[in-house]
Design a binder for this molecule. Structure first.
Ligand code: ASP
Ligand code: MG
Length: 405
């Protein structure tokens, strides 16, 4: 029998009526003869509340206790759903992460799954039961409870789907799929039927926060078909899978953007080997992630160096640059925080030339100034002023004909 994994996120299980609604859907699907494994997040903002509680209890909670506390949220939702399913006459069992055989390393609060012993789940399946597993948690080799990092239930679901060789891993959430861009910015945004793992990584990495990034990487590594669906509305959602020849048709799949960017300009650094390392080294050591980097061609032995960081790390970056002035040896520093990054994403770029120039022409026509550009095989990103975000996204959406069909 085929196995289907279904994961429901916090907002989809936030109340008992919502859990009852999910149970009713399962009742209908029970006849499809698939073995069903359900992974749940904690109800609503339960995990946030647990975090607040731990902060009130202790200034620096012991990571083991912290994970013990945070893991309780998912135990509430899985036990309740199992009760409701059993009441409907559907045999179900709720399992914690460790009961389900999810073994992790010992990195509390950000543990990685090392392997999964599927014996117990298979035993439950052999008794025709539906298995409801607590997401976001596992157990380390010392039998300590661990959690997988915020949003980790997606990863639990994908890892279980991979271990069980499931036919599909369905992620139910409060949106009905992945869109060509954010419908709040562009009313013509359209739901995508299919997307490749790579495109999804670019879309979610760039700000379309539908799925935890790690879960997409996991799905890609083990080739688990992922489907994003609305928890309480009918529809086929968006299927995320391996790239196939057929998919070349779509030139651009979507437009992603991130609003929380900032730019740092370091002027008048020496134009000689080792300068980039001298500047970026200390910033990396301070755990500040750098995204785009531009260094212009030097003149008179001096060059300018510009890069972007996430807005909430700008202050820290400037402090590091100030502190290391003697090592970096620059003339001046300035920064700008009201910038955004807009990216065109699509595997079709691999086989089509001229997309970048079409993008730049479109932005020029709309009087959007480009501050920085970066490209990869399936993505072109530009940094622009924040005030131009909407016009740029809408214009590009039109230009590349991504509108509703
Ligand atoms: N409940 C956890 C969180 O809120 C895990 C999850 O929802 O995926 O981060
Ligand atoms: Mg949650």
């Amino acid at each position: 029998m085929a196995i289907i994994v279904k994961k429901f996120g916090g907002s989809s299980v936030s109340t008992i009526p919502k859990l009852k609604n999910i149970a009713k859907q399962i009742l209908i699907e029970k006849n499809s003869k698939n073995n069903i494994l359900i992974v749940l997040s904690a109800m609503g903002d339960t995990t946030d509340k647990l975090v607040v509680m731990s902060n009130k209890a202790s200034k620096s909670p012991n990571p083991k206790d912290y994970d013990m506390l945070l893991s309780t949220g998912e135990q509430i939702s899985v036990s309740l759903l199992s009760m409701i399913l059993n009441d409907l006459g559907i045999e179900a069992t709720s399992l914690t992460g460790w009961q389900a055989g999810i073994r992790t390393d010992s990195a509390n609060m950000a543990a990685r799954i090392s392997n999964i012993d599927t014996k117990r789940i298979k035993l439950e399946f052999s008794k025709s039961r539906i298995v409801v597993v607590a997401g976001f948690q596992g157990i380390d080799s010392q039998k300590n409870i661990t959690t997988l990092g915020r949003g980790g239930s997606d990863t639990t679901a994908v890892a279980l789907a991979a271990a069980l060789k499931a036919k599909e891993c369905q992620i139910f959430t409060d949106v009905d799929g992945v869109y060509t861009t954010d419908p709040r910015i562009c009313s013509k945004a359209r739901k995508l039927e299919v997307l490749t793992y790579e495109e999804m990584l670019e879309m979610s990495g760039l700000g379309s926060k539908v799925l935890q990034l790690r879960s997409v990487e996991f799905a890609s590594k083990y080739n688990v078909p992922l489907r994003v669906l609305h928890a309480h509305q009918e529809g086929s959602g968006t299927l995320i899978k391996k790239e196939e020849k057929k998919m070349e048709g779509a030139l651009i799949s979507g437009i992603a953007f991130t609003k929380d960017e900032a730019e740092v300009m370091i002027k008048g650094v020496k134009d000689e080997p080792g300068v980039a390392a001298k500047i970026l080294g200390p910033i990396g050591e301070a755990n500040i992630e750098i995204d785009m980097i531009v260094q212009n061609v030097g003149s008179n032995g001096l060059a300018d160096f510009t890069f972007t960081v996430s807005r909430n790390t700008l202050k820290k970056a400037l402090q590091v640059i100030d502190k290391k002035k003697k090592i970096m040896m620059y003339e001046s520093v300035s920064s700008k925080s009201n910038i955004v990054k807009v990216s065109l994403v699509g595997v079709g770029m691999r086989s089509h030339a001229g997309i970048a120039s079409k993008m730049f022409k479109c932005l020029a026509k709309n009087k959007v100034n480009i501050r920085m550009i970066s490209t990869s095989e399936i993505k072109i990103s530009v940094v622009i002023d924040q005030k131009n975000l909407e016009i740029a996204v809408q214009a590009l959406h039109n230009e590349f004909k991504l509108e509703k069909k």
